[in-house]
Design a protein around this ligand. Structure first.
Ligand code: BG6
Length: 494
């Protein structure tokens, strides 16, 4: 039985691949430096390499991703071994079993394409390498509801759910965990977070870079599979879930799964798809590809707490800035006592870069008359993640703590929500690089908009972020506020 005993060896498949290069080696070095990784580390791949070549690869990875810490690197090199072989060949797994030596509870990290999960898990079982083991799998977990279910079945033939750790690195981000902390460690916010006080919610995940050489991957994914089904829905889940019912690692996952169940399945009318106009120039992209690099979506949460509060999400590549932020727009006061008061009642949570929590309020402009001006209270600002997401998540998986990993039911519910809008269900509209996506996204948000300005404010600069323009009125508001001219519609940097 694995129980809650920590793993005693770390095996990573795909050791010579991209993910290992960009994320896993930096996380391993950081863990060794911190003293949290003292066990054997075994890389597996089919590259015809030796362990020395893998060490050289690790050094190159670290040089490009945060730097080599010579003492930690030496220790990691000594812990590292390498098994070379084909994933279809039982001999590879016999060699892995030998390399595991006396380890009783290995953690197998599958940094390989999902099409290989079945083969690898079966061989792990047949060779005895699955005994007492846990398994970590990467996103994307499936490509729709049916394939995710099939993948879960395949994995469960060998690993019970409590031994499966599905990575969504967004859950390892300091800022994403802070969403939960902020909500449930304070008494003042929680009473406001419901349909009585919240007019609308917006989440923007803007990236100023393109598909960055991942054209082949992106052709298979598109923005909705790449970041909405997982990262964005997890943010929605943590932001809107009920308070965890009890302690223990399942409480938060139960809360998110329950919230997901109340999100209505999306229909084509709830989505706008955009494609950056230079997408076809990317290597690996079909000349007639209709894959989206931008998506705007409107979610409906059919729960007692959130019914009728629109949750608008937009994500995109080659947008004007790189920044992910959540804005909770509160309802205005029931009557406009001062006349034409600015309407800045919002809570803004910047998730990347860094962490920033800002409360936007209206204050009186000094001087004669009762004229208002918008003020921003920066409640919290932090530009450094205590732990990089992969370091945190690998450490948790080794310890057997699944809190920050997506559970089977969460993943399947998330696919259920987006399933009908995957692929070319609505036409894709082009947008020029450096803009906020196609104009159809403004139409989608309609009276719940405009989309609010998103601009990163990096901690330490001393600069306050620009004040988002006032939103247009929400249909059900008792005292509607005047609409914002389209020119102010949150299009910073356009
Ligand atoms: C990944 C996506 O999961 O998340 C990428 O595949 C995206 O397309 C990335 O750029 C964003 O993560 P982060 O941590 O850089 O905000």
């Amino acid at each position: 039985m694995t129980g809650t005993l920590p793993s005693d060896a770390l095996v990573f498949f795909g050791a010579t691949g991209d993910l290992a290069y960009k994320q896993i080696f930096p996380a391993l070095q950081a863990m060794v430096a911190r003293g949290t990784l003292t066990m054997p580390v075994i890389g597996v791949a089919k590259s015809g390499w030796t362990v020395d070549q893998l060490r050289a690869r690790a050094r190159a990875s670290l040089t490009g991703h945060g730097g080599v810490d010579e003492a930690a690197f030496a220790a990691l090199s000594a812990q590292l071994s390498y098994v070379d072989g084909d994933y279809n060949d039982p001999a590879t797994f016999t060699a892995l079993k030998a390399a595991l030596g006396t380890a009783q509870r290995p953690l197998h990290y599958l940094a390989i394409p999902p099409s290989l999960f079945g083969t690898v898990t079966q061989h792990l079982a047949q060779s005895g390498c699955a005994d007492g083991a846990r398994i970590v799998v990467e996103k994307p977990f499936g490509r729709d509801l049916a394939s995710a279910r099939a993948l879960n079945e395949t994995i469960h033939q060998v690993f019970a759910e409590d031994r499966v750790f599905r990575i969504d690195h967004y859950l390892g981000k300091e800022a994403v965990q802070n969403l939960l902390y902020l909500r449930f460690a304070n008494g003042v916010l929680e009473p406001l977070l419901n349909r009585d006080h919240v007019q609308s919610i917006q989440i923007t995940m803007a990236e100023s870079f393109g598909v960055a050489g991942r054209g082949t991957f992106y052709e298979e994914a598109g923005a909705i599979r790449d970041v909405v089904q997982n990262h964005m829905l997890q943010v929605v889940g943590l932001l809107l879930m009920e308070a965890p019912a009890q302690g223990g690692q399942e409480a938060i996952r139960d809360g998110v799964a329950r919230l997901f169940k109340s999100i209505r399945t999306l229909a084509p009318a709830d989505v706008v798809r955009g494609q950056m106009s230079d997408y076809h120039q990317e290597r690996g992209v079909a000349p007639d590809s209709t894959v989206e690099t931008f998506a705007a979506l409107r979610f409906h949460v059919d729960s007692w707490r959130w019914a009728d509060v629109p949750v608008n999400v937009r994500v995109g590549k080659e947008l004007p800035v790189t920044c992910t932020a959540v804005t909770i727009q509160f309802r205005g006061p029931p009557q406009d006592v001062f006349g034409a008061a600015p309407a800045l009642n919002l809570l803004r949570l910047q998730l990347t870069p860094g962490v920033q929590v800002t409360l936007g309020l209206n204050t009186k402009k000094p001087g004669a008359g009762m004229t208002g001006e918008a003020a921003q209270l920066v409640l919290h600002r932090q530009d450094w993640d205590g732990l990089a997401p992969y370091e945190r998540l690998l450490g948790d998986a080794l310890a057997g703590d699944a809190t920050l990993f997506a559970r089977e039911d969460e993943v399947e519910e998330a696919w259920r929500i987006v399933d009908p809008i995957l692929g070319p269900v609505v036409p894709v509209s082009p947008y020029p690089p450096g803009t906020w996506g196609p104009p159809e996204s403004d139409t989608l948000i309609g009276p719940d908009g405009p989309w609010l300005a998103v601009q990163p404010d990096l901690g330490g600069t001393g600069a306050t972020p620009p004040i988002p323009p006032r939103p247009a009125p929400h249909g059900s508001d008792a005292n509607p506020l005047p609409a914002v001219p389209a020119t102010l519609a949150g299009r910073v940097g356009e």
